[in-house]
Design a protein. Structure first.
Length: 94
């Protein structure tokens, strides 16, 4: 599994903690291999993923056993724009 941050488009953000289909939003803090993979799995499960990063990039690209794909997550660098989320995953180095 490999996660690559590359330039592309961004997602619009919901402010109510829910996505357009009613699924809960989830914050993933850290976009390395673990955070990127968790973000992709959460997206595949129907969650709106807000990927919180220090250095901005436009798209998350994940390569795993299913191939390489761009995962449409909201890339966020400013904590004040995150909005409420019922779940957060902390995936940073110690």
């Amino acid at each position: 599994m490999h996660c690559n941050n590359r330039r592309a488009g961004r997602l619009a953000q919901n402010e109510d903690g829910m996505n357009a289909t009613g699924g809960e939003a989830v914050a993933v803090i850290g976009s390395g291999g673990i955070g990127g993979y968790i973000a992709s799995e959460l997206h595949d499960a129907g969650r709106e993923v807000r990927l919180c990063v220090r250095t901005p990039f436009d798209a998350l690209e994940v390569t795993d056993g299913r191939g390489t794909r761009t995962v449409p997550v909201a890339i966020m660098t400013e904590p004040s724009t995150l909005g409420p989320v019922p779940w957060a995953f902390l995936t940073t180095k110690s």
